[in-house]
Design a binder for this molecule. Structure first.
Ligand SMILES: [Zn+2]
Length: 335
């Protein structure tokens, strides 16, 4: 039994109210600590980027030739940077920042630490995450492939764990290079991130891109890497997970045949398997997925990366913010 407790209304005097309002106003005008002598620079002081859910942003830190390590944090994900040399350009460090397909739209800080021996410097960028319009997909599948029995659920959970363990360690070396390869010649279906309704029931969004291709068509590795694990799992069917280093993984599912083994080194364009319809698939196609430091990104965003011809276009570099104590104005996200 519960008894409702009567609460006497808390009375706030007019003076108290004024004080509270003043404090709220002040804290919104000065988002940094009010009374600190060494107030840190406002968030986003070093520039800003914008992108949509599932996109990859190229973040460049220039003029840190002496740095021993550069790494960033975005929504609790760690983003390692790598050294970039380009003839005729100042040295810089580059980080690939993946926006997960389910990161909520909004503005977030991308905090970057530049280490030089014992010393560390903090940089702060603002990242505006825009909403992507994902399609809604209705799928009809055999009942047993959607409504899993207890045995299938146990199997699925064990498989998930196995993959997680295999991918827990990243190669600390950057193995990939700028020439990404589309893994199969086929029809891109554009269903990355789609909201999936299976036999009328809402399910997890689709975390990769499906490419329609005939049974047995060649599937190539998108870039150089190490085969971290090959599987034959309930949903993914025959699959290959390639570790490209620095937290970048690519995966290839529903294969009819796997042509590599765990631990194999592969190069961009190397045939690693054949298109199939194993696992939970309605017909032959390749499911191509990419994880970037834990973010599920659209694999095609790799092909769009501004690395081609050895240069990065100006618009992918953060807009420098003039030395001013004010927080930069948000920039509208490009549609
Ligand atoms: Zn798929």
């Amino acid at each position: 039994m519960t008894t409702a407790r009567k609460q006497s209304p808390v009375r706030i005097s007019r003076l108290d109210r004024t004080l509270i309002m003043t404090a709220v106003l002040l804290s919104s005008i000065f988002p940094v600590e009010l009374f600190s002598n060494t107030a840190p620079a406002p968030k986003g002081h070093d520039g800003q980027y914008s992108g949509k859910q599932g996109q990859v942003l190229v973040v460049k830190v220039m003029g840190e030739e002496q740095a021993t390590e550069v790494k960033g944090t975005f929504l609790k994900r760690t983003i390692p940077f790598f050294r970039e040399f380009r003839p005729g350009e100042p040295d810089g460090y580059i980080g690939l920042l993946g926006i997960d397909m389910q990161d909520d739209p909004g503005t977030y800080e991308f905090a970057v630490e530049v280490k030089q021996g014992e010393q560390a410097k903090q940089l702060s960028f603002n990242v505006l995450v825009g909403k992507e319009k994902f399609i809604v997909e209705h799928l009809k599948l055999p009942k047993e492939k959607v409504d899993l029995d207890e045995k299938a659920v146990t199997r699925w959970k064990a498989e998930q764990q196995l993959v997680q363990q295999a991918l827990a360690e990243n190669s600390r070396l950057k193995l990939w290079h700028s020439n990404f390869v589309e893994p199969v010649n086929g029809k891109r279906t554009g269903i990355f991130g789609s909201v999936r309704i299976m036999n009328g029931q809402p399910r997890n969004p689709h975390n990769g891109e499906d490419i329609g291709a005939p049974m047995g068509a060649d599937v190539a590795a998108t870039n150089d890497g190490i085969v971290r694990i090959t599987v034959d799992h309930i949903f993914s069917g025959k699959g290959v997970f390639v570790d490209h280093g620095l937290g970048f993984y690519s995966m290839y599912f529903h294969l009819s045949e796997i042509l590599v083994k765990d631990g194999d080194l592969v190069t961009a364009g190397q045939i690693i398997g054949k298109v199939g319809a194993t696992g939970r698939a309605t017909g032959p196609h390749l499911h191509w997925g990419v994880k970037l430091n834990g973010a599920r990104v659209n694999p095609y965003s790799l092909l769009d990366l501004p690395f081609k011809n050895g240069s990065i276009p100006a618009n992918s570099i953060a807009t420098p913010i003039p030395e001013t104590p004010s927080v930069p104005e948000p920039v509208p996200v490009k549609q």
